[in-house]
Design a protein around this ligand. Structure first.
Ligand code: NAD
Ligand code: ZN
Length: 316
């Protein structure tokens, strides 16, 4: 058993750094020394209690990178000393979604099955005599974590862990949303709503795909310099306009953009993003997460003429 520090959320909104015990990996599991972790907005959704299948007390965090410390019986794909990224979306390789090259959504993910305990339905974390739950099986806000072997990706030994931890969620999600989910085409126009870690990575994906115009949308203008550095051609703040942002984008581009992305997580911006792509061939990708149980209502005409509305998990 390893004793180390971790951020424990005892209840929604109640996070504190504690000394925790991390049990050794059982068969098919890997114990990882987490070297770096990012903070994704989904951690905040989880902390507020608005994600499905999260149970308190829990160690959040799902955007980390580290080094394998030990392996359980039968583990063959990684060994102690390997640099790895734990995956908040597993790849069991056996379910029908894993076997479909068009899908990355493993059926062992938290939306189909709770990941608050490891697959054998026990936890490897405890604190002050209490069992602590896992988060998305990865719990990177801990100095050591235990995950199933099929939720670990081995990475290059030279990779700088403080940078590549973003591959654990934000970067892969945004970049993949543009490349894999939308399949942005060269010369196309794009609109990106929300310029956090995810939205900025969408901007990078659109640029890499050869988009000719990338319009970045945020209510925080401090995000614009970074967005421009990464490839945004225009940056707009919805609060600078009297009319709805979808009308502004439609006027800026003639008939609406070819691809729009929502990387915020609000119902109104999801509808605005959908209405911002052109009514015939436009593709809108929903990335932001709404509180579990919430609903969106739209005018069906938005889809009737040919728009496509898609979602993405970890960028497909
Ligand atoms: P973030 O909080 O860092 O960034 C959100 C950005 O949206 C901020 O810059 C904020 O100023 C801006 N914003 C807020 N309200 C706005 C509004 N009304 N109009 C325009 N801009 C507005 O968040 P993040 O970590 O980049 O994550 C973004 C969203 O993506 C979250 O909902 C997160 O849960 C979700 N997410 C989804 C996946 C997935 O696999 N689908 C993966 C990671 C994150
Ligand atoms: Zn995330």
């Amino acid at each position: 058993v390893i004793r180390c520090r971790a951020a424990v959320a005892w209840a929604p909104g109640k996070l504190s750094v504690e000394e925790v015990e991390v049990a050794p990996p059982k068969a098919g599991e890997v114990r990882i020394k987490i070297v770096a972790t990012g903070i994704c907005h989904t951690d905040d959704h989880g902390l507020k209690g608005s994600l499905p299948n999260v149970e308190f007390p829990v160690i959040p965090g799902h955007e980390g990178a580290g080094i394998v410390e030990s392996i359980g019986e039968g583990v063959t794909t990684v060994k102690p000393g390997d640099k790895v990224i734990p995956l908040c979306l597993p790849q069991c390789g056996e379910c029908s979604f894993c076997q479909n090259p068009e899908s990355n959504f493993c059926q062992k993910s938290h939306i189909s099955e709770p990941q608050n305990l490891l697959p054998d339905k026990t936890s490897r974390f405890s604190c002050k005599g209490k069992q602590i739950h896992h988060f998305l099986w990865v719990s990177t806000f801990a100095e050591y974590t235990v995950v199933p072997e099929y939720t670990v990706a081995k990475i290059d030994a030279a990779a700088p862990l403080d940078k590549v931890c973003l591959f654990g969620c934000g970067f892969s999600t945004g970049y993949g949303a543009a490349i894999n989910t939308a399949k942005v085409r060269p010369g196309s126009t794009c609109a990106v709503f929300g310029l956090g870690g995810v939205g900025l990575s969408v901007v990078m994906g659109c640029k890499a795909a050869g988009a000719s115009r990338i319009i970045a949308v945020d209510i925080n203008k401090d995000k614009f310099a970074k967005a421009k550095e990464l490839g945004a051609t225009d940056c707009i703040n919805p609060r600078d306009f009297q009319k709805p942002i979808q009308e502004v984008l439609t006027e800026m581009t003639g008939q609406g953009v070819d691809y729009s992305f929502e990387a915020i997580g609000h119902a109104d911006t999801m509808i605005a993003a959908l209405a911002s792509c052109n009514m015939s061939t436009g593709v809108c990708v929903m990335i932001g997460e709404l509180d579990s149980g919430s609903e969106i209502s739209i005018d069906p005409t938005l889809l009737l003429i040919g728009r496509t509305w898609k979602g993405t998990a970890l960028g497909g």
